[in-house]
Design a protein around this ligand. Structure first.
Ligand SMILES: *Cc1c(COP(=O)(O)O)cnc(C)c1O
Length: 440
């Protein structure tokens, strides 16, 4: 924290004067908020929340309801015929999502499919890509990995008869540092990579908001002979990705965070095309794993296509695909490059305001300061008090919706599609009013 010459008590007044600037910035750089429903906060006391929790659950696009109802209507009108005769026939429905999903993550259409949920997909991919043998058995994750990923890799180790405590390596930042350096990962791989079967990291860390150097770590992992997979839950729709060119082996992500497809929305996977059609890769199969052209000849033995669709198992839930399709079309129309630019402006603005607030308060921004090493999320660590209590007060007393990660981190994500500069200003103003200044 920098030194402070702030006169205690002037914080809120200074922020009051900054409000006009926030409105000016919004007029000049409006985003796409009009395409979304912005909920009220605190039971309607605030007609529009300052919604900074899009990293946890994205907002509902206005188009989603209409599109979802159209799919529901097709079922009402057509019954089973909808498989072939709906305006968007159900049998190939998932193919409508493939192009925009592939463009979003920098993949070829044969490399991406929308299916299942994130952790289920991680397991299905580990069936193929975590194959411990000889000395090479370990799985490298971050110590601050999302718990679901941690449980998933530990259960995979047990599934292979290995001790999860020795099989799963958890990388921690250096003493006194909040985030991993790229070299913390690559040095480990250079030293002990011959024992690592799988590297599975978060593209953007859910807790700190750190964007990892995906191409460098992927190259280091593959050079060490490991398979490299990425959990992109907090990266997809947040930062530009080039999974094919970066030579990533596999990746998985959910669609309910930055991809605004609704709670528990269908997830997606990427498998690099060098693995596609490889008959030696183990995979779990069902009738959606076989090629579509002969599926209904009901052959007793599958004929998997040489695409990532070979990883599909079941016929997909059409009503869950509608919201993902609607959202991906929106991303396709706006484009990640434009979103990334607006994201840098918005997050940079929030960072500047947070610097003013945190200078005199027991709060520290733990997200990397380099815009190339983060997405839109800024995480603040509390020096005192509980993160859950603070977010409750922000919501009830200021209509600011953020989320807490116990014990001491509050996450703020100004989402470039729908967040505003005024939302950012409300965050800073609310923190200034809620967190007592330290006297030094
Ligand atoms: C949100 C998130 C999950 C959630 O898993 P689900 O299977 O969708 O419930 C898993 N991993 C990471 C890194 C996440 O951020």
């Amino acid at each position: 924290m920098s030194g402070n010459d702030t006169d205690p008590g002037t914080g809120p007044r200074r922020f009051a004067s900054g409000e006009a600037e926030a409105h000016r910035l919004d007029a000049a750089d409006p985003g796409h908020r009009h395409l979304f429903h912005v909920p009220p906060a605190d039971g309607g006391r605030y007609p529009e929340a300052a919604y900074l929790a899009g990293n946890s659950l994205g907002l509902q696009p206005r188009a989603t309801r209409t599109e979802l109802l159209a799919d529901l209507d097709a079922w009402r009108r057509l019954g089973v015929e909808g498989h072939l005769e709906a305006d968007r026939p159900w049998l190939p429905y998932h193919e409508l999502l493939t192009g925009p999903a592939a463009r979003l993550v920098g993949a070829r259409p044969t490399e991406v499919v929308v299916m299942n949920s994130l952790t289920v997909n991680l397991h299905l991919l580990m069936v193929s890509f975590y194959r411990p043998a000889g000395r090479r058995t370990r799985i490298l994750i971050e110590d601050s990995a999302f718990p679901s990923d941690s449980y998933a890799v530990r259960s995979q180790a047990r599934f292979h008869g290995l001790d999860p405590d020795t099989t799963v390596v958890r990388l921690t930042p250096r003493p006194g540092e909040d985030t991993l350096r790229t070299s913390d990962v690559t040095d480990f791989l250079a030293a002990e990579g011959d024992t690592v079967a799988l590297v599975l990291l978060g593209g953007v860390n859910y807790l700190t908001g750190e964007l990892m150097d995906i191409p460098t770590i992927t190259a280091a992992g593959r050079a060490a002979g490991a398979v490299v997979g990425w959990d992109l839950a907090h990266a997809a729709g947040n930062v530009p990705l080039s999974l094919h060119d970066w030579d990533v082996d596999f990746a998985a992500w959910c669609s309910y965070k930055y991809l605004n497809s609704g709670p528990g929305a269908l997830a997606a996977v990427f498998v690099h095309d060098r693995h596609l059609g490889d008959p030696t890769l183990p995979r779990f199969e069902g009738w959606w794993s076989t090629e579509a052209a002969t599926r209904f000849e009901m052959p007793p033995v599958s004929r998997p296509p040489a695409t990532v669709e070979a990883w599909q198992i079941s016929n997909p839930p059409i009503f869950a695909m509608g919201p993902v399709r609607t959202s991906l079309e929106l991303f396709d129309a706006v484009g990640m490059p434009a979103l990334r630019e607006r994201s840098r402006r918005l997050t940079g603005y929030l960072e500047r305001l947070l610097d003013e607030v945190t200078a005199s308060r027991p709060l520290t921004v733990v997200t990397p300061r380099d815009p190339d090493r983060r997405g839109c999320q800024l995480s603040v660590r509390l020096g005192a008090g509980s993160a859950a209590d603070l977010t409750k007060r922000l919501r009830h007393e200021h209509g600011v919706v953020a989320d807490a990660r116990e014990p001491d981190v509050v996450r703020f994500a100004p989402v470039p599609l729908y967040s505003t500069y005024h939302d950012c200003w409300r965050v800073a103003d609310a923190l200034a009013a809620t967190v007592t200044e330290e006297r030094r």
